[in-house]
Design a protein around this ligand. Sequence first.
Ligand code: ATP
Length: 930
Amino acid sequence: MNVPKTSFVASGSIPEISKDWHTLNVEESLAILTSDFNQGLTAKQIEQRKQAFGTNELKESGGRSALVILWEQFTNIMLVMLIAVAIVSAVLDFRQGTFPKDAVAIFAIVIVNGILGYLQESRAEKALAALKRLSAPQVRVIRQGKTTEIPAKDLVPGDIMLLEAGVQIAADGRLLEAQNLQVRESTLTGEAEAVLKQADVILPHDSSLGDRINLVFQGTEVVLGRAKVIVTKTGMDTEIGHIAAMIQSVETEPTPLQQRMTQLGNVLVSSSLGLVAIVVIGGVLRTGWQFFEQLLEVSLSMAVAVVPEGLPAVVTVTLAIGTQKMVRRHALIRKLPAVETLGSVTTICSDKTGTLTQNKMVVQKVETGSYHFNVTGEGYNPVGEFLSKQHQQLQTEPEVQQLMLACVACNDALLQQKKTPKQTEWHILGDPTEGALLALAGKAGIFKENLDSKMPRMGEFPFSSERKRMSVIVDNGDGTSSYSMFTKGSPELILECCDRILLKDQLVPITAEQRQHILTENDGMASNGLRVLGFAYKPLSSVPDAEDQENTERELVWLGLIGMLDAPRPEVKEAVKRCRSAGIRPVMITGDHQLTAMAIASELGIASPYEQVLTGQRLQAMSDLELEEAVDQVSVYARVSPEHKLRIVKALQKRGKFVAMTGDGVNDAPALKQADIGIAMGITGTDVSKEASDMILLDDNFATIVAATEEGRVVYDNIRRFIKYILGSNIGEVLTIAAAPLIGLGGVPLSPLQILWMNLVTDGLPALALAVEPAEPNVMKRPPYSPRESIFARGLGLYMVRIGIIFAILAIALMVWAYNHAQADGNPERWKTMVFTTLCLAQMGHALAIRSDTQLTIQINPFSNPYVLGAVTLTTILQLLLIYVEPLRNFFNTHWLSPTELGICVGFSLLMFVWIEFEKIVLRLLKKRG
Ligand code: ATP
């Protein structure tokens, strides 16, 4: 198309955006929006438009409103049951003519609990919203004549936006130019097929949304190609804004554990109702109606005791803390279930480039038809030398010049300099591989800014991981309507497309020996861990059509090989070791050459140098069954395409593995979705891959995956720890209450109010503290647990029952003693307070002892989790206040205890602590014996 060279006068007025943009041509659109094709908007215009149009954000209709969150607190089945208990208890009190204290207190607790739950949940929602902002996409734009990246929310109408494959479009816009741009618009139109877009068409007024091929829309995804777009509408003015759909969300779906907790809640509530029915009906059948009210009292207490009221809140808080800890370690959780299941990962499939390596490329070796030379220099600084024994002035050789031209012309990155007072720093915008090529060409004096104006780009066949190459067609700029196509990509593939080679300034047919020599050189560079690209070109007399790719990328002229160093990340070697000791297998899946892959994999300890590498080509020929057999042995996959990744994940899953898989490209999305934990790259990843992922690596680093896995294990361990803690106590309470009438003691030892106090305060506070327990020393030294295991697996269910029984035995023993003692003492009600106090204090010992499954409490630093110490102290003080402060005593129906009585309670409670420590010692001995 014709690029408009004229620049429209940038006026300060605010443009009219409610136009039918598809009916306008490029020039009209630019004029209305007073923007410039090459320069974009001015700083003043940007400021004015920000004021006029606001930020480019969708008002979130997806989040739950405050009212809904509050309402949900009170419709929780456990709270509904408590309200029912309060009502029954009030009726009983009214009949007896007493003030319904229990009912009032239960209502108060229900309300406080509801408000606390509300505060916690809205905090969790806010935290998720903050996480969402962290993953907010960046957009490449031209502003004030410069190409930069800005946060998508800062876009304004008139901005010139650059699109490429993998981008999720951040605003509505009119195409200014497009190269084979294909956009998936299913979010908007429901149409799964990608639409081919065109800039140079004008459409009738009544074209439907799906037919407006000269426009792009916010929230849709670029599948292929590139384009330059002028932003027409932002924020709520966009098409997606009109239907107020939520995109780019951090999802808040409940985790499997939360779902199981809800189920458990339902089971406990229905079983407690069953219990009430059995006690009341059984009692009435046995003793008639005369003890009905007492029976009802007992059964209400039991019903309250069974239900772990504090548990759901603790689970929610633990998961929220988990996501925050992970973000501190640079792993952003997008889907909450991942927090809990990360610890179960058995296999981590990782890309090489950028995840295992630093993605800071520096060209080291170049091989053209006649020359072989080393390149010096550091980073992206375009200063360095070409060192060769054969030749002193390589930079000016036509062969080398043409290769450097290819490096710059066939390149989408930008090399930019940032001047600081001390020095000039060079950095790149775009793909580091391409950045390294720009730096290399700079060393030969060729820069993109100069070349683009002399040899403008006329067309391209874009890069994709499947094709492993890209081509760009440029005008030769000599006024003769002649063109050149420059191609770069995987050397083997490029070489196959060549039939000639450039030697000095001659194009000669390429011989079999020359081919062999090039392949040997390629292998030599790759086995030293270099990333190698092949280059070729082709003179053309016309610009080919976008569909003519196959035919055009043939009969090329070979230009040379370029080998660049991409050093492994220093921290990855250690992370790989940690993976292995944690029973997790690291696997490398790369698009790069097998020898490069193997060199890096063996340096990092992912594979031994003699292990076999499975290439995409061989994988392609394998049946699913053969692949399933292979995946257990193979640790390095090379030259694979995204579709192979999907097959590898499926094969690993068939072998029972729980797979985490990284991906960055647009076509990686299916593999990321299929993986148990799909991981996208925060820095280099496309928006599409991020959208499909469960977790985003903010630093693209493999070591971060391992760190997140460790956090996942800690979260799961802690959840299990407080479930053990809370449910053990509930079982103890129920058994104690049931035992009282059975062994012939008059009355219920614990009132519903006291039970609620225990479940919410004396169990709740230490449980919250246990949720932040740091990692146990062996957390990454044991194999992963199956994600499908029941929460009660590995002895947890048994532990709860056992501890519940021990709890009850202690409480019942004390109860019998205290009952007799109190009767003799003339204060028949005091035994109840002793039981209440013992149960509470025993839980304190339990909290201290349960911090570790393996270490004795004296071996753990008490201050490694000061919260437990704090919660235990605070709760003990509160419990004492309940006994010794009169208004509280009256309210909670407790009785003053003498120091001896209190001492006896403490003594019994300590037995609980001693028992758990004793269990640990026995367990250790049993383990030692084998
Ligand atoms: P990984 O899969 O580990 O991230 P990768 O970058 O090599 O590694 P792809 O991006 O799929 O994987 O690239 C596959 C191959 O395509 C590369 O090994 C290289 O040969 C070639 N290639 C990569 N980037 C470009 C590019 N910008 N232009 C042309 N060819 C490229």
